[in-house]
Design a protein around this ligand. Structure first.
Ligand code: HSE
Length: 411
């Protein structure tokens, strides 16, 4: 009998228990053994719940029970999730998690500790919810030099941007709608400020490129400032707006960024709508690959975690262990890169904006504002142009995602 403990009995933890209960026969066949949830660690009261008798409040009960071989960490946050995961691993238990904040900060260390203790630390559910991406990147694409990873990795913000695009809703209304439907948290800042995407991007970069990437070192912009006008101007020119996590590698290092981008309607990620996620990986042998599916939610996330439980019970190895210290200059500043850009300013083409009109490939005037589609240039080059226009009032400035052009100017 395989005995599992679940830490955190919220949306994800209860989803894991449900799958173990509902798919018992299927899992038993796959594992050649029965599987059961022995403990649930949570401080809340679950009186009346079918599994209430398994709830414990003291982690040491799990830590000291040799019958528990796999611990599911669905607590979220860094502490005490980190401390409990470390103790569980040292007690020779494999740990399975969906906690992207913890994995992006301490994943390397926990993987190393798991290896030392002959157990597994698995985190398929930490990126893309139910979408298989961690194992495909670690194992299935191992024959490739990865050159880039690009994705819509946050369901909440993708839902908000889709609502804004389809209904012309202002950001605040689309956010309230997402909260009412349970897609966005009451405090939605980790999602809408891009931090959640950033953590996920860092985990993928760790695996794809082999060095620890600290989320604090990544340029990260969210979607709070996106307006319906940005979206309608973009649509008129054949673009949608998506919050992308993107990282690419050249011979010296990697350039990561999280930001809202104008994305051509012909790009495959432009079709990823609502709460769905899509992640593209480019390898030098396989070419372009795309992973698509439910990026959040109880059942999809729990599906990935139960997949990890099966993996933990079967194979005694861990995902790629990336190195802790990258060489100097490994993570480059994205400001060295040239981006095409949509820039909307107060005023019309007829007045002092001729400088912009001259370098723009397209301009859209509407009321007292003009949107310019500018060719690829660095932040510094753009600043030189903007300085030439006195009292310029920039309303909106969004990069256009053109993969071929997104290379450091001197690279
Ligand atoms: N808040 C996250 C999202 C949950 O909206 O994608 C899944 O990581």
């Amino acid at each position: 009998m395989i005995q599992v403990a679940i830490m955190g009995f919220g949306v994800v933890g209860s989803g894991v228990a449900k799958i173990i209960e509902e798919n018992q026969a299927l899992l038993a066949a796959r594992l050649s053994d029965e599987i059961t949830v022995k403990y649930i660690l949570d401080i809340r009261d679950f009186t009346g719940h079918a599994l209430a008798g398994r709830v414990v409040r003291d982690f040491s009960v799990i830590e000291n029970d040799p019958e528990v071989s796999v611990v599911v960490e669905a607590m979220g946050g860094v502490h005490p999730a980190y401390d409990y995961s470390l103790k569980a691993i040292r007690a020779k238990k494999s740990v399975v998690t969906s906690n992207k904040e913890l994995v992006s900060l301490h994943g390397r260390e926990l993987l190393e500790e798991a290896k030392k203790n002959g157990v597994r630390y698995l985190f398929e559910a930490s990126v893309g919810g139910g979408i298989p991406i961690i194992r495909p990147l670690s194992d299935c694409l191992a024959a490739n030099e990865i050159s880039s990873v690009t994705g819509i990795m946050n369901g909440t913000t993708n839902y908000i941007l889709t609502q804004m695009e389809e209904n012309g809703a202002p950001f605040a209304d689309a956010l309230s709608d997402a909260q009412a439907r349970g897609f966005a948290e009451r405090d939605p800042s980790a999602d809408i400020d891009g931090k959640d995407t950033c953590r996920k991007l860092c985990i993928l970069a760790d695996i794809a490129f082999g060095y620890q990437v600290n989320p604090d070192l990544v340029t990260c912009e969210g979607i709070r400032a996106i307006s319906p006008r940005d979206i309608s101007d973009a649509a008129e020119a054949g673009y949608c707006i998506k919050l992308l996590g993107h990282v690419r590698r050249d011979s010296e290092g990697i350039t990561p960024i999280v930001a809202p981008f104008l994305l051509s309607r012909t790009h495959i990620l432009s079709g990823v709508s609502g709460v769905f996620n899509g992640i593209g990986v480019v390898g030098n042998m396989v070419g372009e690959t795309m992973f698509y599916g439910h990026g959040a939610g109880s059942a999809p996330t729990a599906s990935a975690m139960v997949g990890d439980i099966i993996e933990a019970c079967e194979v005694p190895s861990s995902p790629v262990l990336w190195k802790e210290k990258a060489p100097e200059g490994y993570i480059k500043d994205v400001s060295e890169c040239a981006f095409a850009r949509y820039l909307r300013v107060k005023g019309t083409r007829a007045d002092s904006l001729t400088v912009l009109a001259e370098c723009a490939v397209r301009a859209v005037s509407n009321g007292d504002e003009t949107g310019f589609f500018l060719p690829a240039m660095t932040d510094e080059e753009l600043a030189v142009i903007l300085k030439m226009i006195p009292e310029l009032d920039v309303v909106s400035s969004i990069r256009i995602f053109t993969p071929g052009e997104f290379v450091p100017k001197n690279g």
